[in-house]
Design a protein. Structure first.
Length: 201
C-alpha cells in the first residue's frame, strides 16, 4: 500500500513539474498572442491588408504605454500601411533601427494541409503562412518593445521599430514616407542608407 501511495505521489509530482514546464511567462504568452494575431491576419499582396496588421500592432504598443507621437502608421495607400515606433533613449549614442516585414508570400489553401491563415500547433511545430518568415520576427520585436516599455527601460540611444508592408526589395521604397513622418525618426540616423541595406538581403 505504501509503495502504491508513493508511486501515486511521484506521478503527481512528475505531472505537476511537466505542466509547470509548459507554462509560459507573461511576455512569452504575449509574444505567442501577437504571433497568432499576425498569422490570422492575411498580409499577402493579392488579397491581404498590411495596414490591418500595422494598426493591430500599433494598438498593442499604445496600450502598453507608448505615447501617440512615438507610434505612427503610414503608407502609400489604404492596404500598404507601415508602422514605425520608438523607445526614446538618452541620445548618448546613435539610434538603432529594428526592421521586419508584414507582407508574406502568397498562400493557396489547396497547397496546404492546414489553413495557412490560422496558427496551428502540432507536435512541437507551428504551421501557418509567416510562421518562419517573418511574422515570428515581427512578434518577437513587438513583444520585446512592449516589455522594455513596461519595465521602464531607458537605453543610451533611441530604439526604432519599423514593420514594413513591402516585401524584400520593395521595402526600400518606403523610406521617403518615414523621412517625412515629422519628428518621429528625423533625428540623426541616415534613414536612406539604412533602408538601402534592405535591398541586399
Amino acid at each position: 500500500m505504501k509503495i502504491k501511495s508513493g508511486l501515486c505521489i511521484l506521478a503527481v509530482i512528475i505531472f505537476s513539474v511537466s505542466l509547470y514546464a509548459q507554462q509560459l511567462t507573461k511576455y512569452q504568452q504575449l509574444a505567442h498572442d501577437i504571433f497568432k494575431q499576425l498569422i490570422v491576419t492575411n498580409t499577402t499582396e493579392s488579397a491581404g491588408n498590411m495596414t490591418t496588421a500595422a494598426n493591430e500592432m500599433a494598438a498593442r504598443l499604445r496600450a502598453a504605454g507608448f505615447p501617440a507621437r512615438d507610434v505612427v502608421v503610414l503608407g502609400p495607400d489604404a492596404r500598404h500601411g507601415n508602422i514605425v515606433a520608438r523607445i526614446r533613449g538618452t541620445s548618448a549614442r546613435k539610434p538603432i533601427l529594428f526592421l521586419a516585414l508584414l507582407e508574406v508570400v502568397e498562400a493557396n489553401r489547396s497547397d496546404w494541409f492546414v489553413d495557412p491563415f490560422k496558427l496551428t500547433e502540432k507536435d512541437g511545430f507551428f504551421y501557418g503562412r509567416g510562421t518562419s518568415d517573418i511574422k515570428d520576427g515581427d512578434a518577437i520585436l513587438v513583444a520585446d518593445f512592449i516589455r522594455l516599455k513596461q519595465e521602464g527601460y531607458r537605453p543610451d540611444r533611441d530604439l526604432i521599430l519599423a514593420l514594413t508592408s513591402r516585401y524584400r526589395l520593395q521595402a526600400i521604397y518606403t523610406h521617403r514616407l518615414y523621412s517625412q513622418a515629422g519628428g518621429l525618426i528625423s533625428y540623426g540616423i541616415d534613414i536612406y542608407a539604412l533602408f538601402g541595406l534592405c535591398s541586399s538581403y
